[in-house]
Design a binder for this molecule. Structure first.
Ligand code: CA
Length: 421
């Protein structure tokens, strides 16, 4: 087996969440919430008999996995998870439409629209080009045009087959009912390469309506430092794919759309709410997952430096790639995870009113790590971090904040979950 593919998240079973979902979706009022909580408690008790875990509390209120003691209820007001739907098929990315509905990509190549309360799911949208869904590829992230109400463009990333293999691409189409029309491919990662690992990718609109795209290194490693390729880079493009002004000058042979380099497999990205800067999370090899603040022209070190180790290396610090330390040549991560990879996916800075204690914190999902991570920051310095909802036992693929101010999670098992109180 290719050593670079040994930890790929899709190789893990997607059947960990053997817990029945609540019988009704989103709670509309306190009475329904009580019904849902009762259903979850029953599910938790049932799950305990099979050794599985269940939880609705961020801190394990209904979990614990003990066969002898009944689970304790979550503390009043504690953040809790409500499953809005579990009817999605390997969902990967989602985005809120102005009317509150949610566009969801499903990795094998379909896009659907879910109602705001999760109770209904549309037929697959027509017009989505064919995707290469082998390995970690497929239909990936989705974003809504900042001017959607004027011109209803939807943007998405996907693995595209072509000469030389496959690569990440960005397309857009106008949403008309359940159709995407006027579909255009606005960007293609070059070169396309063989292999089924590391396609990234996330889409983030800046306040100036240009588009950041985070691009993996396709498990090729070295090209992440090669400015003539798009592998292992963040790019910044206009909505039609053209190159905007203001990108960093990286030298004569550099591709003009490049924004930063030296990334491995960035599967989460978000704008910082006060600085407007792009931040991202990327997978390390064996350990070395990173939360990064992205600066224009910044080099994040892969594959020269990593706090992780090559696959198969003994656990420890001696095996860290390039010694681990990035500075002064490369940019240090804000936070990193060792010795085990959590496989981060999805990133958001919380700005909602529902959790005042979480204001300005970064939240990222974990696939292999099966948790929602909360990182408390002071500027670009980590103050503390903790994992939440680990007892859900879900591979969390995407994290966003909804227009209602709650956090929303997408899981590989097919769930859309709202974190509320
Ligand atoms: Ca790095």
């Amino acid at each position: 087996m290719n050593r670079r593919h040994q930890h790929t998240p899709w190789q893990e079973p997607e059947s960990r969440a053997a817990i029945p979902d609540p019988p009704v979706p989103a709670p509309a009022n306190n009475h329904r919430r009580q019904l849902i909580n009762a259903a979850w408690k029953l599910a938790a008790l049932a799950a305990c008999s099979t050794g599985a875990l269940a939880v609705v509390s961020a801190y394990g209120g209904l979990g614990g996995g003990s066969d002898s003691a009944p689970p304790a209820p979550p503390p009043a007001g504690a953040p809790r998870a409500v499953v809005l739907t579990s009817a999605l098929s390997s969902p990967w990315g989602f985005a809120f439409l102005p009317d509150g509905r949610i566009v969801v990509t499903q990795r094998r190549g379909t896009m659907v629209i879910v109602s705001a309360d999760g109770t209904t799911k549309s037929a697959p949208l027509s017009g989505v080009p064919a995707v290469d869904s082998a390995g970690e590829g497929g239909l990936l992230d989705v974003a809504i045009d900042p001017d959607f109400e004027i011109d209803p463009w939807v943007y998405w990333t996907y693995a595209e087959s072509g000469s030389g293999g496959s690569g990440t691409a960005v397309a857009r189409g106008r949403l008309s009912g359940t159709a995407l029309v006027d579909v255009q491919v606005i960007f293609r990662q070059l070169p396309k390469v063989s292999g089924e690992g590391h396609f990234g990718s996330r889409l983030v609109f800046r306040s100036d309506k240009t588009l950041y795209v985070t691009l993996d290194e396709r498990a090729e490693e070295r090209p992440a430092q090669d400015l003539t390729t798009h592998l292992g880079k963040v790019i910044r493009i206009e909505r039609d794919g053209s190159v905007p002004t203001g990108n960093p000058d990286l030298g004569g042979t550099a591709r003009p759309e490049l924004w930063s380099l030296g990334h491995r497999n960035p599967q989460g990205a978000a704008l910082h709410p006060t600085t407007g800067e792009l931040w991202l999370v990327e997978h390390g090899p064996q350990g070395g997952d990173e939360l990064n603040r992205v600066t224009p022209g910044g080099n994040y070190g892969w594959p020269v430096k990593s706090y992780g180790c090559s696959y198969g290396a003994p656990v420890g610090t001696a095996c860290r790639i390039g010694g681990g330390t990035h500075a002064p040549t490369y940019i240090e991560p804000v936070s990193y995870w060792v010795p085990t990879s959590i496989a981060p996916a999805g990133l958001v800075f919380y700005t909602g009113a529902g959790f005042p204690e979480w204001q300005g914190n970064a939240f990222l999902g974990a696939l292999a790590g099966q948790a929602l991570w909360r990182v408390v920051l002071s500027g670009a310095t980590e103050v503390s971090r903790e994992q939440l909802f680990a007892s859900l036992g879900e591979r969390i693929r995407c994290v966003r904040q909804g227009p209602d101010g709650w956090l929303y999670l997408l899981t590989d098992s097919g769930k859309l979950i709202r974190i509320e109180r």
